[in-house]
Structures are given as C-alpha cells and as structure tokens.
Design a protein around this ligand. Structure first.
Ligand code: ZN
Length: 169
C-alpha cells in the first residue's frame, strides 16, 4: 500500500492524479487520452506519460513524468523510478533515430527556485542538443519558431516508435 494511502486516505485521488480539480497540465493530459494528439502526448505506459514540451528549449524537447501527481523522487516507488529511467533511454533512442541530435541534456528541476515550471508534479526533461546550437536562453526566446513544427515532429516520432517498437520497456 502506498504510504500516502495509509496516512491520508482522502488524498488517494489527489496523489494518483485523478483529482478533476487539479490544474496540473500533466494530470490533465494523462486523464484525457482522447486529446493525445492535441496535447502532444507521444507515449503512455503503465505508470508514466511522455509528452513533447509545448514550450521547448530546443527541437524535440520531451517531458517524462509519472502519472501520479507527486512532487519529487521521494514519493516515487521503485517501479515508477525504473520505468521513468527506461523511458529516458527509449526517448533518446526515438529522438536519435528521428532528428539525429549530437547530444542530450537530461535533467530535473525541483522547486521554483531551481527553475521548475510545475513543481507539484515532477518530470524529467530530455533536451536534444546539436553541435553549435544556441544556448538554452537564446533558444527559449525563439520558442514560437520551434513550436510551429511540434505536430509534425510528434507524427515523425510516432512513426519512428512504430517502426522500432519503442518504447521497449
Ligand atoms: Zn499532476
């Protein structure tokens, strides 16, 4: 049984991310599978969701999150941590096959002071990098240009996933 369930049974829906009042976009996306294309959802797995960031730092910026609405690693169980880590691997595979980056930044931000845009629901950033690409801050100011191709990129990544049986968990 989850620790949260033992101590605060009324919060079960909340910690499972099923609370309809929750205004978290990851919970919103994970509960509305009919809108996966609109929400730029690439993959759904047992415990996790992989989404193309609508405000990317660079082309192909993916977010990997547990489906449960939890703020940090301390609340994640081992099964979730294993799946999330495997999804980092599979995301890098899919991106490498699709848009051939030269490298990646993979990271997590905890707390607003550390730059977390959504501190209540932790997520892993996978950001493709290319030799000579601009730094994060410069790229950020140009997100409109990148986002025009998000739908197209999502389709390409889905096609790559189908052809290569990704994610292979
Ligand atoms: Zn959430």
């Amino acid at each position: 049984m989850e620790r949260e369930n033992l101590w605060a049974p009324w919060r079960i829906k909340y910690v499972q991310g099923l609370d309809q009042e929750c205004d978290c976009f990851i919970c919103h996306d994970s509960q509305n599978s009919q809108d996966d294309d609109k929400n730029l959802v690439l993959w759904r797995t047992d415990k996790s969701i992989v989404i193309l960031n609508r405000f990317p730092y660079n082309n192909g910026h993916l977010l990997i999150a547990p489906i449960r609405h939890i703020p940090d690693l301390d609340q994640a169980n081992d099964d979730e941590l294993l799946e999330l880590t495997k999804l980092v691997r599979e995301s890098q595979k899919a991106l490498s096959l699709t848009i051939k980056p030269h490298g990646f930044n993979v990271g997590m931000n905890f707390g607003r002071c550390a730059g977390a845009g959504l501190p209540e629901h932790f997520h892993i950033h996978v950001v493709p990098r290319w030799d000579g690409d601009t730094n994060f801050i410069n790229v950020c100011s140009d997100t409109d240009v990148i986002s025009q191709s998000l739908t197209e990129l999502l389709e390409q990544l889905k096609q790559t996933s189908k052809e290569n049986n990704l994610p292979g968990l």
